[in-house]
Design a protein around this ligand. Structure first.
Ligand code: GTP
Ligand code: MG
Length: 353
C-alpha cells in the first residue's frame, strides 16, 4: 500500500495541536462540534474553536503573570521602595482577578450543561403518572401508560430539550414492595438511576397525601441531589397549577394529562440544574469536566492568596499560591498538559479527524 495507513483517532487534530496551529481547548472543541447534540451546543463549540474561550483564559493568565512579576520584583528587591505594590492595591488587583475568574466559571458551568445535559429521574409510587409526565415532556408516547400499577418495569431514558438544554429524563418503575421478579429488578434500577441523578422529581397523586413510603424515599435520597415534589392529576380535583415551598421542599402542582403546570415545572427544572437564563450576556463556554476542575482549582488557590494577602502573610506564600493559580489556568489551554492527558483527549475522536 505504498506505506499508507489509516489515520489514528484524532490524529489530524493532534498534529494541528502539536504544531501550535491550535491550542488544547480548540482541539477539544472540534470533537465537541462533531458530537454536539443541540444547535446551541454546536454554536458554543464553534465559538471555542474560533478561540473565544482560550482568549479569555489567556487574558486571565496575562493579568496573573503581571501581578506575579510585581510580587517577584518586590521579593527580589525588598529594600527598594516599590510603591505600586501597596498592600491595598495588591488586594484590589486580586479581587478584580477573582471576579473575572468567577465569571468565566459561571459561563463554563453553563457551557458544561449545554454539552452534557442533566439527568432528571422521575420516581414515585406505581400509577402516579410518571410515564405520563415523561411522554408529556417528550411530546411523544415514549413510555407505556396504563391504569395498571407496575406498568413500567425498566428505567426508560429519553433525551428532551428545554430552552436548548439537553435533559435526559429517566422514567422508572414505581417503587413498592413486590414479589414479582421483573418488577424487583426494575426497582433496583430505579435506585441505581437515582444515584446518578442531577435532579430527582418525586411524584405523588393529588388524590393522596405524601405517604410514609414517599417520606422514607425522601430520607434515602443523597443529600447533595436536589428534589422537586410533583403533585400530579390536579385535573381530577379541579385544582389549578401552582408552585409553593413547604417544609423545606418545593412542590409543583400539575397535570401530565392536560399539560397544566408543565411550564412552571420546566422553568424550575432549569433553575435547579443551574441554568439561570437571566444571567444571559456573560457568554457560554463549552467547558468539559477537565476545564471546570481546573477553574475550580484556580479559584481555590486565588482565594487562598487573597486570604494570605489580607492577613499580611509573607509574600513568598502568596507568590506560590498565584503560581499554582496560573498553573491550573494554563493547563486548560494546554501549556502544562501531561502526555497521558493528551492521549485521553485525542483517543475520543473518531478515526481520521
Ligand atoms: N386524570 C389524570 N390521569 C392521569 C394523569 N397522569 C396520568 N394519569 C393516568 O394515571 C394512570 C397511570 O399513569 P402512568 O403514567 O402509567 O403512571 P406511572 O407512575 O408511570 O405508573 P407505573 O409505571 O406503574 O409506576 C394512567 O391511567 C394515566 O392515564 C393526570 O394528570 N390526570
Ligand atoms: Mg410508568
Amino acid at each position: 500500500m505504498l506505506g499508507a495507513r489509516l489515520a489514528e483517532p484524532g490524529e489530524f487534530t493532534l498534529r494541528a495541536y502539536l504544531n501550535n496551529k491550535i491550542d488544547l481547548v480548540q482541539a477539544e472543541s472540534i470533537a465537541d462540534l462533531i458530537d454536539a447534540s443541540t444547535a446551541g451546543a454546536a454554536r458554543c463549540a464553534l465559538r471555542s474553536l474560533q478561540g473565544k474561550f482560550s482568549e479569555t483564559i489567556n487574558e486571565l493568565v496575562c493579568s496573573l503573570t503581571d501581578l506575579r512579576m510585581q510580587i517577584e520584583a518586590a521579593l527580589d528587591f525588598p529594600e527598594e521602595e516599590i510603591d505600586w505594590l501597596e498592600k491595598s492595591d495588591l488586594i484590589t488587583q486580586l479581587h478584580q482577578l477573582d471576579e473575572k475568574l468567577q465569571k468565566v466559571l459561571i459561563s463554563s458551568q453553563r457551557g458544561h450543561l449545554l454539552r452534557e445535559g442533566a439527568n432528571i429521574v422521575l420516581i414515585g409510587q406505581p400509577n402516579v403518572g410518571k410515564s405520563s409526565l415523561l411522554n408529556r415532556l417528550a411530546g411523544d408516547e415514549v413510555s407505556i401508560v396504563t391504569e395498571i400499577p407496575g406498568t413500567t418495569r425498566d428505567a426508560i431514558q429519553q433525551l428532551i430539550q428545554i430552552e436548548g438544554i439537553p435533559l435526559h429524563i429517566i422514567d422508572t418503575a414505581g417503587l413498592r414492595e413486590t414479589e414479582d421478579v421483573v418488577e424487583k429488578k426494575g426497582i433496583e434500577r430505579t435506585y441505581a438511576a437515582m444515584s446518578k441523578a442531577d435532579l430527582v422529581l418525586l411524584m405523588i397523586d393529588s388524590q393522596n397525601e405524601l405517604s410514609e413510603a414517599d417520606q422514607n424515599l425522601l430520607g434515602k435520597l443523597p443529600t447533595n441531589i436536589p428534589v422537586l415534589i410533583v403533585i400530579n392529576k390536579i385535573d381530577l380535583l379541579n385544582q389549578s397549577a401552582k408552585i409553593e415551598d413547604k417544609n423545606g421542599y418545593t412542590i409543583i402542582y400539575l397535570s401530565a394529562k392536560t399539560g397544566a403546570g408543565i411550564e412552571i415545572l420546566c422553568e424550575k427544572i432549569l433553575a435547579l440544574i443551574g441554568w439561570h437564563s437571566h444571567v444571559a450576556g456573560e457568554g457560554i463556554f463549552m467547558a468539559r469536566q477537565r476545564h471546570l476542575h481546573a477553574l475550580d482549582q484556580a479559584q481555590n488557590h486565588l482565594s487562598k492568596s487573597i486570604t494570605w494577602a489580607t492577613n499580611g502573610e509573607a509574600l513568598e506564600v502568596l507568590a506560590e499560591e498565584l503560581r499554582l493559580t496560573q498553573y491550573s489556568l494554563s493547563s486548560i489551554v494546554g501549556e502544562f498538559s501531561a502526555d497521558d492527558l493528551l492521549g485521553e483527549i485525542f483517543s475520543h475522536f473518531c478515526i481520521g479527524k
